[in-house]
Design a protein around this ligand. Structure first.
Ligand SMILES: [Zn+2]
Length: 155
């Protein structure tokens, strides 16, 4: 949990929103991500003419945190220029956040910073998580062509 209130985190997200690179959509988003250690990483959306190269504010903040050695996230605040409704993380950002914990608190706000609070699990129920991959790999461990080849090689 951060020492900062959700409102203070949303104010940081609003500051980050000022740096949005959004020549195509004109839609600005800012995010403030809090690590278990209390560090805060902000991010804005960075668009690209090749639209799939665009990165959202949330993932910008996540990449900044990961690249500096932080992987445990507890909160994220998100804001945009939407006046009448809150902005929520897109599906890709929800999946990216879920890699680092399902209990992350997500503060989603309108442009005036009026917000609603969710857990990531509420926003992304039944997420595809690393334990699914581990249990799949356990089931194929002794039957995959590679493991059969390995068994032959060692005997
Ligand atoms: Zn996104």
């Amino acid at each position: 949990m951060s020492k900062n209130s959700p409102k203070e985190l949303l104010e940081m997200a609003r500051e980050a929103k000022k740096f949005a690179y959004n020549p195509y959509s004109k839609f600005r988003v800012g995010a403030a991500l809090v690590t278990k250690e209390g560090r805060i990483f902000t991010g804005c959306n960075v668009e690209n003419v090749g639209f799939t190269s665009t990165i959202c504010a949330e993932r910008t903040a996540i990449c900044k945190a990961i690249s500096e050695g932080y992987r445990d996230f507890v909160e994220i605040a998100v804001t945009s220029d939407l006046e009448d409704e809150i902005v929520t993380p897109c599906g890709v950002c929800r999946q990216t956040l879920s890699e680092f914990g399902s209990n992350i608190k997500v503060y989603c706000s309108k442009s005036d910073l009026g917000f609603e609070e969710f857990t990531l699990k509420e926003l992304l129920p039944r997420a595809f998580e690393n334990n699914h991959l581990e249990s799949f790999q356990a089931t194929i461990k002794n039957t995959s062509p590679f493991s059969i080849w390995q068994q032959k090689k060692t005997t």
